[in-house]
Structures are given as C-alpha cells and as structure tokens.
Design a protein around this ligand. Structure first.
Ligand code: ATP
Length: 458
C-alpha cells in the first residue's frame, strides 16, 4: 500500500505520452491532467468499447449526449445545491485545506460519517489530530464546502446569474427521460446511457488521475418497475463484472463493497462499489446504485412536468424506479495501466518494462519497422503500413536500434511488432514479434493481415 508504487507508473505515463500533468509550463494546476497521444487512444478505445457493449449491442439501451450546463433548478431538485458538500477545515498555520472526515479517519482511524459540523470541529480541537502538512494543531472550525463548480451566465433570470458545471452526468439523462419515452418507442425496462465530462471541486488531492476535478463518466440510468429492482440490480452487477473482464482487469484485483445502510447517499436504497487494488490502496472504481424514483419525482415536483410512465399493455401509470451503473473513465484508465504494468526480469539479467494491455483496448495494435533506414526496406515497410492501417491503429517507426524500438512498443503495450529485413526482399516474409512472450516468427506478407486479425481476437 504505497504511493511509491505509483511513481514508476506516473513516470512511464509522462515519458511515453499517456498522461501529462495539467498546465505544466505555468507550474502545474492541481488535480488536472492532459491525456497525451497514446492516453487519448487508450481512452477512446475504452469509451468506444463501452458504447458498443452497452448501447449498440443491446436492444434495451439508447444513448444521449447532454449538455454540461443544465438549468440550475436541476441541482436544487437533485439535492446537490443543498447537500453535495464535504466538511473541510484549514490549518491556520500553513493554510493547507483538508477534508475533515479524511484527516480524522487517517489519523484516528475513526469513521465520522453522519457527524455534524460542530461535532467534527470538537474532534479537531480536542483529539490528537494534526496538520499533515506542517504538523501544527491549529485548525479553523469545520465548515461545508459545496463540490459543484459555479460559473457566471449573462442570463438575468437566474439567481445571481449562477449556473453550475454538472458534477455528474446522471442528471442530464433524467432531464431527457421524457423526450426519450415520447420519441424512441422504448418500453420499461429500458436504459439511457451517456459518456461525458463531470466536474467536482475536490478538496482531497489526487493519487494521480484517481481523483481529479474534471473527469469523464460513462453512466447508465436504467428505468424499471419498482418490484423488479432486486433482480435488475443483480443483473447489472453481473454486467459490470463482465465489463471488467472484457477490458482485461485481473479478477484478483477487483472486489465488491456494499455500502452500509447508514452511509447510503440521500437518493439510494442500495449501493455496491466495485473496488480495485490500486497501488495506494483498495478504492472505488465503479458504483452501482438503486436510486429509487427519487430523481424523477424531484424533477416532477420542481418542473411541474409529469414524469409518469404510461404502461398501455397493463393499463398502469407510475414513476419508474432507477438502477444506476456508473463507470469513471479516468479510474478505468488508471486501473488498466496499473493492472498491465510489469517490470519483467529477463534471462539476460536486464529488466524490461511492459504494459500487458488487453488487445481490445491497446492504443496501438501493430508497429511496423524497417530493420534499417534503407530505401528498399522502407518501401516494403510503408506498403505494409499502408495496408494494415485500414484495419487497426498501426504505427510506423524507423528511428533507432531495433531493440530500442521493441522496448518502446512494450512500454506502449503494443501487442505485435513487424520487422522488415533483407530476407523479406527474397522470401516475402517478415518477423512478427509477440509483446508478451517476445517470441519471433516469420510470416508471409500476404498472410500477415489474417494472422494478426486472428491473434487480436484471442
Ligand atoms: P469517491 O467516494 O471516490 O469520491 P463517489 O462515490 O463520490 O467517489 P460517484 O459519485 O459514485 O463517486 O461517481 C461515479 C464514478 O465517477 C466513480 O465510481 C468514479 O469512477 C468516478 N469519479 C467520481 N469522482 C471522481 C473524481 N474526482 N475523479 C475521477 N473520477 C471520479
């Protein structure tokens, strides 16, 4: 359980163009990151596979792409304006800011869920809690800090012209529930899926991209009849586990954590987290919540627009209940990289760093190398690249020693490398190298595409 174990991963992510610290030339901007070229490919593969799995390949789900800025009334109805808060306190000596529950939990091992501000302030004053930055014991009282980012709008009918950047994608889905019912011929049970940005003004810093202030969620609101909620919940838990398996996360690193009743969010009757053994500890990767009919009821109340579903077959009208599977994109990426990372001791005494990404999500599937920068080798290599690029994301690389080119692709998690050498000009074969076993074999150029296609499937 150490942050040190994360260091080589953070360093590889920067060195190899997966993830860069945000606004680095200005000295950085806390808890923001940029995805570099390979990180962007990886993220895109994850999102595309998720969309294919949950939207395109299912008949009971449809997808939307809603706005980040929603009518501010949305957040009053959802309860976020009033209760999407963390209790925080500042160290008077060094001005560091802390989430009070976290610092008490870390230092005293106490669970303070449900305590009010004055009870938390009392613990800070009377018990052995110190600033984890400067070591002093001089805190302000605990006070609430709303996690929603505010922005100013020119619309004059808004209270103080304030709008919020959405802290979850879910509400954008609830606002379109009625349009989907009216236009898409959906029948309960059905779901609406969305992938998009969410923003949270998090106080507790990071662990790299585990907790950031701007992140993406892949979320589903699944609308059901109340009496089916338990069966639907179980089904979704199975579907979420199958997803983890599909992207190649090792099952030993995954666990389930049932939220105890007293810790459930205001809208939830049951929540189970899928947790992952990150290098800094076991933490929430995904969540599955039974949100009841809370959100649609609230929106009906605040908007005065009926959110009832009319079941014409059974002649019933009701407000649907909701099961919500939610998947964080950044946490998926972090888990995938941690899971795939290996410093492998080779027989010759060297160590190679390799990312054993599942072939489904690897940013580059094949790399093509001419053994040397010679026109006759470059010509064949480029024609192989031009052919294969129609099927996969393929990289062409002719720079540096061949061994170093292999090592670079190992660190990018590329499953296959192809090398074109002088023998190729005679026998029309190339060397195909496997990332995991490092085995090399000769394959005829005209069979290359089929051989790779077959292996990428497996
Ligand atoms: P945590 O307890 O870690 O703050 P949460 O329970 O508030 O998370 P949810 O509100 O359930 O998280 O959000 C759904 C998903 O969005 C999470 O399972 C996680 O994958 C992702 N997520 C939430 N907050 C962040 C964040 N600050 N940075 C990155 N991903 C996040």
């Amino acid at each position: 359980m150490s942050e040190d174990k994360l260091k080589p991963i953070v360093s590889l992510c920067k060195r190899r163009g997966f993830i860069y610290p945000g606004s680095e030339i200005y000295g950085g901007f806390a808890n923001t990151y940029s995805f570099g070229p390979y990180g962007t490919e990886l993220k895109k593969n994850v999102k595309d596979l998720w969309w294919k799995t949950f939207v395109q390949q299912r008949r009971d789900l449809v997808g939307i792409d809603g706005p980040i800025l929603l009518h501010p009334e949305t957040w009053r109805a959802s309860g976020h304006v009033e209760s999407f808060n963390d209790a925080m306190a500042d160290c008077k000596a060094c001005k560091a800011r802390f989430r009070v529950d976290k610092i008490i939990e870390e230092q005293l091992g106490k669970d303070v869920e449900g305590l009010n501000l004055s009870e938390l302030s009392k613990i800070l004053k009377e018990e052995n809690v110190f600033c984890s930055k400067c070591g002093k014991k001089d805190f302000t009282d605990a006070r609430h800090f709303n996690l929603m980012f505010q922005t100013q709008m020119s619309k004059t009918d808004l209270e103080n012209n304030i709008a919020y950047l959405r802290p979850e994608t879910a509400q954008a889905i609830f606002l379109e529930y009625k349009n989907i019912v009216d236009t898409m011929r959906v029948k309960i049970p059905f779901g609406i899926a969305q992938i998009g940005k969410a923003f949270r003004n998090e106080i507790t810093p990071g662990n790299f991209i585990f907790r950031v202030i701007e992140f993406e969620q892949m979320e589903i609101e699944y609308f059901i009849e109340e009496n089916t909620w338990q069966a639907q919940f179980d089904k979704w838990l199975d579907d979420m586990k199958a997803w983890c398996n599909l992207i190649g996360l090792k099952s030993d690193n995954l666990h389930l954590a049932e939220h105890p009743k007293e810790k459930l969010s205001h809208y939830s009757k049951r929540t189970v987290d899928i947790t992952y053994d990150f290098p800094f500890g076991t933490n929430e990767l995904y969540g599955l919540a039974y949100r009841t009919d809370f959100d649609l009821n609230q929106h009906q109340k605040f908007s005065k627009v009926s959110q009832e579903y009319i079941d014409t077959v059974n002649n019933k009208r009701y407000i649907p209940h909701v099961i919500e599977p939610t998947f964080g994109v950044e946490r998926t990426i972090l888990a995938l990289i941690c899971d795939a990372y290996e410093e492998e001791a080779l027989e010759n005494g060297e160590t190679r760093t390799v990312l054993h990404f599942n072939k489904n999500i690897a940013p580059i599937k094949v790399a093509v190398f001419p053994l040397m920068k010679k026109p006759e080798l470059q010509k064949v290599s480029k024609s192989i690249f031009d052919d294969l690029k129609n099927f996969w994301n393929v990289e062409y690389d002719e720079t540096g020693a061949i061994g170093r080119r292999y090592r670079r692709q190992d660190e990018l998690g590329t499953p296959y490398c192809i090398t074109i050498d002088y023998e190729t000009l005679e026998d029309f074969s190339v060397t195909l190298r496997d990332r995991d076993s490092m085995k090399q074999e000769r394959v005829k150029i005209d069979q290359l595409k089929n051989v790779i296609a077959e292996r990428l499937k497996g």
